[in-house]
Design a protein around this ligand. Sequence first.
Ligand SMILES: Nc1nc2c(ncn2[C@@H]2O[C@H](COP(=O)(O)OP(=O)(O)O)[C@@H](O)[C@H]2O)c(=O)[nH]1
Ligand SMILES: [Mg+2]
Length: 365
Amino acid sequence: MKLGIVGLPNVGKSTLFNSLTKAGAESANYPFCTIDPNVGVVTVPDERLKLLGDFYHSKKVTPAVIEFVDIAGLVKGASKGEGLGNQFLANIREVDAIVHVVRCFEDSNVIHVDGSIDPLRDIETINLELVFSDLEILERRIAKVTKTARMDKEAAKELDFLQKVKAHLEDGKMAITMELENEDEEAWMTTYNLLTWKPVIYAANVAEDDLADDGASNAHVQAVRKYAAEQNSEIFVICAEIEEEISELDDDEKKMFLEDLGLKESGLEKLVKASYHLLGLMSFLTSGEDETRAWTIKIGTKAPQAAGKIHTDFERGFIKAEVVNYQDLLDCGSYAGAREKGLVRMEGKEYIVQDGDVILFRFNV
Ligand SMILES: Nc1nc2c(ncn2[C@@H]2O[C@H](COP(=O)(O)OP(=O)(O)O)[C@@H](O)[C@H]2O)c(=O)[nH]1
Ligand SMILES: [Mg+2]
């Protein structure tokens, strides 16, 4: 999974990105971490992993990861090529979801490109660039489909749909707020890969003082919250500066620091939760002496496809899944104990994997 961090200049994107990747880098040694300074890997916090790893005396514990891209340079006019805009827009096209950082903190030392703090205006500026870029894609597709529409019924239907999407975007609205009417429309929409079709998480970047009540007393945050709800988007409140401080701490220090601030979890944890929720994701676990590991799948994934996340052979040669719930396993004290109690189940091709399943796949290729 790959998330792109976007927003106007000076809103705190890089501060957030650096804190995320610093926190992620310490616990996992992923080779692709360093390839590109704008791409970082964040591990998904999961307290079950350590306990399960201890239980199995695993040599290695590997968390699930989310890839983040710091997409700088989105400014007014980006869709017209302003400030290398097109290149940045192309970067956004490759991500699964967008984290849109909006500035809700006052600080006269940090210049705002438009001179004042107004997150809704900022959101509109960025989103309009995304809309313009999508309109170009639509125009190109319309030109192509128009050629065949007279002879081909399917193409004619698609052309109608394209006009509908275009009208929606010309109203300044995001594609994701469109109600799609059937599977054809969904399939077409997927192939266009529109920027405004991607799920968005708004990150309201606040001052430290606004953290404890989750931005409730900050009018800017309230405005963003309302907007996000209208867009079926997620929002989370963060202080990027504090997050950067947290990323330097070890686990115990972090806990105390968060308690002092009156917080239950860090911004990183909030972000991971929001993205899991928005994208409909969950984790299952595999465990043994060599490695205990978490894997990310979509909710509703069946056993063979979950196996395919580990290796394509596992999916191709899938026979069955030996499944035990994480908590059941720990409560029983041993795998054999769980088996005796009948808590280890044999599941077939139609089994829908559940959050916290510890799975051993049987396969044959
Ligand atoms: N007061 C305050 N300043 C911040 C916060 N987040 C970022 N900044 C500052 O804002 C400036 C721009 O931040 P940066 O992350 O580079 O923004 P970007 O252009 O969106 O990548 C830097 O001087 C940061 O130190 C914050 O939460 N509070
Ligand atoms: Mg930056």
